[in-house]
Design a protein around this ligand. Structure first.
Ligand code: MLT
Length: 268
């Protein structure tokens, strides 16, 4: 399905009933990365997935955007669906957008799941890496980006034992428009440091990290779990950065437990 926000056509899916949970994807993937969550969890609650601008079936305008614009797109989707408040599940870049959302639209957050992401801004080396990756995307295309990103996205266990997942990630990146990749890289390089804001997050928060995630490692997850009042940390064994795809059953159980726990405490 599609809706328009800020002059851009964005694609989304909406399945199931109950508490709304909005899933925000990683770079440079799209909403299809949440297929195992939608398949299982939409019989427990309402699952909403969005293709960020520049990804999947959404428009891919070439312009200068910040992650705040992506967060505004999420708010526009909630408006479109007449959903006043939702739980956000953001993985990696989706987590950066969730943190931006928590700054700009805090009153619309029921709860937050920050998976395989970090609160810190890019280091100078990180920004330089984004610059080089943007040049690779522009000069050589999305296939070259897939070669570079695959070992950063998947853990050793998946790279060795999950050829279908490796192929899915490769194909998804190859199909991502170069403008989408480059716009993301510029937006991520310029994102604000969110560490100082963590203590002001008041909604229930779950932090998730794959045990084999070296892109946004355990220490980054621990920092968020320590600073966000009352946050819990869950480690997914034998998973790398895209932990929801690498160990979907474990990820789903952790997420379902968190959401059902919220519902129970709300009813009590
Ligand atoms: C992602 O998975 O969204 C990216 O690895 C995030 C990043 O490059 O910082």
């Amino acid at each position: 399905m599609f809706f328009h926000a800020h002059g851009i056509r964005l694609a989304y899916d909406d399945h199931g009933m109950g508490v709304p949970v909005v899933f925000l994807h990683a770079f440079p993937l799209n909403r299809s990365m949440w297929a195992p969550q939608v398949a299982t969890l939409s019989s427990h609650f309402r699952t909403i997935t969005l293709d960020f601008r520049g990804h999947g079936e959404s428009d891919a305008p070439l312009w200068s955007f910040s992650l705040n614009h992506y967060a505004d797109d999420v708010a526009a989707l909630l408006d479109h669906l007449a959903v006043p408040q939702a739980i956000l599940v953001g993985l990696s870049m989706g987590g950066y957008v969730s943190l931006a959302f928590s700054r700009q639209h805090r009153h619309r957050l029921l709860a937050l799941v920050l998976a395989d992401t970090r609160a810190q801004a890019d280091s100078p080396e990180g920004r330089t890496g984004r610059f080089h990756l943007a040049q690779t995307a522009y000069g050589k295309g999305a296939g070259a980006v897939a070669d570079i990103m695959l070992p950063k996205l998947l853990g050793a266990t998946s790279l060795q034992h999950k050829p279908d997942l490796v192929e899915y990630i490769r194909q998804t990146i190859q199909q991502t428009p170069v403008s989408g990749i480059v716009v993301d890289l510029m937006a991520m390089a310029d994102r604000l440091d969110s560490v100082a804001q963590l203590q002001a997050i008041t909604c229930p928060t779950l932090v998730v990290v794959g045990q084999e995630d070296f892109t946004t490692p355990h220490a980054d997850a621990e920092l968020m779990a320590r600073e966000i009042p009352g946050a819990r940390l869950a480690v997914i064994p034998a998973a790398g950065h895209v932990s929801n795809r690498e160990q979907p059953e474990v990820f789903n159980e952790v997420l379902r437990g968190f959401v059902e726990g919220l519902q129970k405490s709300h009813e009590a």
